[in-house]
Design a protein around this ligand. Structure first.
Ligand code: CAA
Length: 266
């Protein structure tokens, strides 16, 4: 039952404009943070998109001021190691389904793309950012590793040094810095983001669909090699951080909106 007085909200919104699909993560009250329920709904929607042979390009974006501000810290804060492993695997299943779409996927990053949000953007074939967008993999500041593929997809997307710096420091990068690192292919004024994404998608959709799909498949061969085994390794390492005092303290501090203590390495 939904909470009293609150309408049922579709956390995933999907629309079509000709051959282009637009998928919006729509949980703005939590800055589109990804919980298990949202992952299930996203997977269901991707399955529908995969079966739609009219589509030639997909745009993913977020509603409100965030693209996605990460996996849901409230849900993760009390997970056991085994539960966190299952949470990571659920994320991988959904994100791999996005990558497995045979049509090109564009992430239109409208705002915060943090943790699982940056990882969601990494599943797209092309990323464009609003000048308001912010990127980070802040997991180490919460006592965990990235768990929705960031440790594997970031090193396949930008340089090893930049990926290491981004994940080890957890710091937030501007859209311009993301462009300079090659994380996004262009930065556009905030109000122009969806128009630019539609123009890009329309240019792709005007090309020969069989050739576009074959090009995507060919370009992904190297990227995808060993990816699934590497994601399994990530899920194990991600879960190894749960039930530690540092993870419980850092996530507990976020949930209770209190300051963090110093990390102790246990
Ligand atoms: N999980 C759960 N709730 C979140 C959230 C998240 N990742 N990010 C934001 N929210 C919620 C906040 O708790 C708040 O809820 P209430 O109104 O109920 O208090 C609401 O969204 C609005 O957020 P803020 O009030 O914090 O908004 P702000 O503008 O002051 O700050 C922010 C924005 C800097 C993005 C801040 O919300 C923030 O730091 N969020 C967490 C970002 C983060 O650490 N993400 C990584 C998560 S770990 C991960 O993703 C692991 C993985 O790889 C699987």
């Amino acid at each position: 039952m939904p909470p009293k007085g609150k309408a049922l909200q579709n956390t995933i919104v999907f629309e079509k404009s000709g051959h282009i699909g637009i998928l919006t993560i729509n949980r703005p009250e939590a800055l589109n943070a990804i919980n298990s329920d949202l992952l299930d709904k996203l997977f269901e929607q991707i399955t529908v998109i995969a079966a739609d042979k009219e589509l030639r390009c997909l745009i993913m974006t977020g509603s409100g001021k965030a693209f996605v501000a990460g996996a849901d810290i409230g849900e993760m804060s009390g997970l056991s190691r085994e539960q966190s492993y299952q949470f990571g695997i659920k994320g991988h299943k959904t994100f791999c389904a996005i990558e497995a779409l045979d049509i090109p996927v564009i992430a239109a990053v409208n705002g915060y793309a943090l943790g699982g949000g940056c990882e969601l953007a990494l599943c797209a074939d092309i990323r464009i950012a609003s000048e308001r967008a912010k990127f980070a993999q802040p997991e180490v500041s919460l006592g965990i590793t990235p768990g929705f593929g960031g440790t594997q997809r970031l090193v396949r997307t930008i340089s090893q040094a930049n990926a290491m710096e981004m994940i080890m420091t957890g710091r937030t990068y501007s859209a311009q810095e993301a462009f300079e690192m090659g994380l996004v292919s262009r930065v556009v004024p905030g109000d122009a983001l969806m128009d630019e994404a539609m123009k890009l998608a329309s240019a792709i959709a005007a090309n020969a669909p069989v050739a576009v799909r074959a090009s995507k498949k060919a370009m992904r061969i190297k990227y995808d090699r060993f990816l699934h085994a590497d994601l399994e390794a990530e899920a194990r390492l991600f879960s190894s951080c749960f039930e530690t005092e540092d993870q419980r303290m850092a996530m507990g501090a976020f949930v209770s909106k209190s300051p963090k203590s110093e990390f102790i390495g246990k």
